[in-house]
Ligand binder design. Sequence first.
Ligand code: CTP
Ligand code: MG
Length: 240
Amino acid sequence: MRVFVILPAAGIGTRMTAATGTSTPKQFLSLAGVPVLVHSLRAFLSIPRVEAIYVAVQKREIERVRQQLDEFQLGTRVHVVAGGDVRQQSVWNALEQLASQARCGEDDIVLVHDAARPLIDPATIERTIDAIAEHGAAIVGMPAVDTIKQVDRTSHGAIVTATIPRERIVLAQTPQGARCGLLQRAFSDAVADGFTGTDEASLLERAGIEVAVVAGSPHNFKITQPGDLELAEFYLRSSK
Ligand code: CTP
Ligand code: MG
């Protein structure tokens, strides 16, 4: 059983750039002196059983990212490929490259992790790999701590229509993954049906594949808006 990783890093970070006026996508911004993407890569490179990592970036960034990987001496396990216009397309492109270059077998494991979640800890990655080995597919999820409301959106905001039992809710994080054969099937089904989801689990679920949940952490949040880099730096400092 081999283990592969896909890091989608081809987004343009509109929620961050619109608010800060910078044009650099958030995965390339500096966190404690190192690009966010490099933090994510180091976490997966620290797992010896990870054989290769495929990073999907915008086509025009490929060369620059390759140089950056050299600069940070990230080694030969990292491959840079072209992403697409939406996250699912970026992951699909990387999965196709992985399948043709590394020839992942039906039972090999593929993890997908948002490059914009730099504080993923190696122990959670290990637990996700183990859960996929046991169940076939798994995601990292955080139990909800707030009471969850269902709402109808209105022009002024929203009106509560129901309260959803909190015990039945987890907030999906990454990594998410599955056996290579299952993930390929879920992706090709989605492509065939014209379905676009925002994570891998939504594709696996609709393909009828059972997805297990591994406990996540608030530290594994996704850098999304201004203030998030400062919060990540705070978490980094306090974990030392
Ligand atoms: N991503 C990607 N390809 C895309 C869009 C997103 O690889 N076409 C990646 C992002 O780079 C990020 C992860 O998917 O690592 C999660 O996406 P998100 O947080 O939504 O990032 P962006 O789409 O870049 O940000 P925004 O939605 O604010 O524009
Ligand atoms: Mg997005």
